[in-house]
Design a protein around this ligand. Sequence first.
Ligand SMILES: [Mg+2]
Length: 215
Amino acid sequence: MKTILFSDFDGTITEQETFSLLMKEFAPEASRRLIPRLLSGETNLREGVPAILETIPSARFPEMVERMRSMALRPGFSEFLDLLERFSIPLVVLSGSLEELVMARLAPYQNKISRVVAARAVLSGEFLRIHSGSAGGDELVHKAGVMREYGTVRKIAVGDSVTDLTMAREADLVFARSILAERMKKEGRPYRPFENFFEISNYLEDLWKKDPPNG
Ligand SMILES: [Mg+2]
């Protein structure tokens, strides 16, 4: 069976939650008002994230993109991409952030990433407009829905937060850190903890040497 690896971006591929950092920097007032509501669940991501972003003038978007380029990636990411390439495993990045921001940071690795799914910024008006072709339920990007498009494949998920739970439930093997790890533990679901990509690569390399992933 074919294997596909699905990974979250913020707090997973990046060390920090770059998207919320940028929202706080570029939309401080809306972030102060809405981020607590997002965290408490009073507002869902599908409505809350655009409500914050759409207070940002379109003219400032290039600055946001530029800020992304300096965000630190989690150690071992580049070597992890090499491992995936060696075993011919596609990497699909599923992010609740904006495609332009994700791509700004991942541009150096573009040829090793099969697909990036995220919302998009429309810049034609005075303020940003947010468009998502993969919204579902109360999520701006319905990660599990995108995974299901791939049909019957072996799915590996890598993530760090509550928004990755649906993705983790859909996967055959889960690497989790932070809140996602806590939630998996609470639900009694199996997962492998990780803090860097070297740990994930080591585990997968051992696994795939014994049991070729696309066999
Ligand atoms: Mg995340």
